[in-house]
Design a protein around this ligand. Sequence first.
Ligand SMILES: [Zn+2]
Length: 343
Amino acid sequence: MLMLKENFLAWTRAHEWGAEVEVSQQLANGGKVEVWDSGVIVFTPAGKPTRDLVLSCAVHGDETAPIEICDALIEALKQGQLTPQARVMFLIANPAAINNGTRFVEENMNRLFSGAHSKGPGLVNKERVRAEALEGYMERFFATSPPSRERIHYDMHTAIRDSAHEKFVVYPYQNERPYSKRQLQLLKAMGVPVVLLNDGPTTTFSYYSVNQFNAHGFTVELGKVKPFGQNDMQRFAAAQSTLTALICEADPELDRFEHDDFMIYQVLRSINRTAEDFELNFPDNVANFTEFPLGAVIARDGETEYRVETEGESVIFPNAKVALGQRALLTVVAIPAESLELV
Ligand SMILES: [Zn+2]
């Protein structure tokens, strides 16, 4: 049996995926750690698990802070400094892109879930092969979990651009089910009280866990991309301590739910690039959630001009360089938290 290497990140870098390794090791506290593949590591507590938690990072390989957060938690669990009460699976999603120091090697992995990896050209590149493998690990992880147990998946990211809200979460489409008060409270405890609601199915990792496993899945944006070692980890302290509580405590203490604690955004429009001749009518470095005045032209797609139609319309995730047919921009508008259907 192979032993776990001392430094997990070094180990991840040394192997890219596909290495024929599977490791299992008892922990001093009676729990168990298993490595199912490069960057796929599962901790099982000694007693009955309180919840099933999936923490994924590096779906975009250059988004370093979430990798450092996962690495620190993995080390603390491995060394026995933390005793898990939850089952927790860490997914270092795209080791090849980490090794490359880039967002992705060939294709944006966060458009490849819910089977999208095998559509179109099929499993033709590393991201597609890995996305399919990650779905398999999710299935294996949830196969032994009773549906009544709390299931949470945080797919953690950092953004390329500045944001008027440093941290925010994308709450995937819930297939017409209501949103969860408790999950919002947990997100607030993580320092992420700004929520963008997705209004339909997507091919993101977090929607996959919502749709496939009925998990509380979220794309969590934790701030701006910095190189390894240059992240101010103080900025992630609330996220780290809440994740630690979810791993180690049966019932983490939460603030009372107050609508006013949250900022909720709804998608107004998704603007796709359909023409070669496409441009965004604002600087490349505009911050996410920047608001534009009524009537302002925000994008031109060939002959089509997109103007602001709604008071408070703000832009998010702009990227004029996407492939033809892909989303170049979302526009959003704030709505009162009271209007959400919550359970
Ligand atoms: Zn990302």
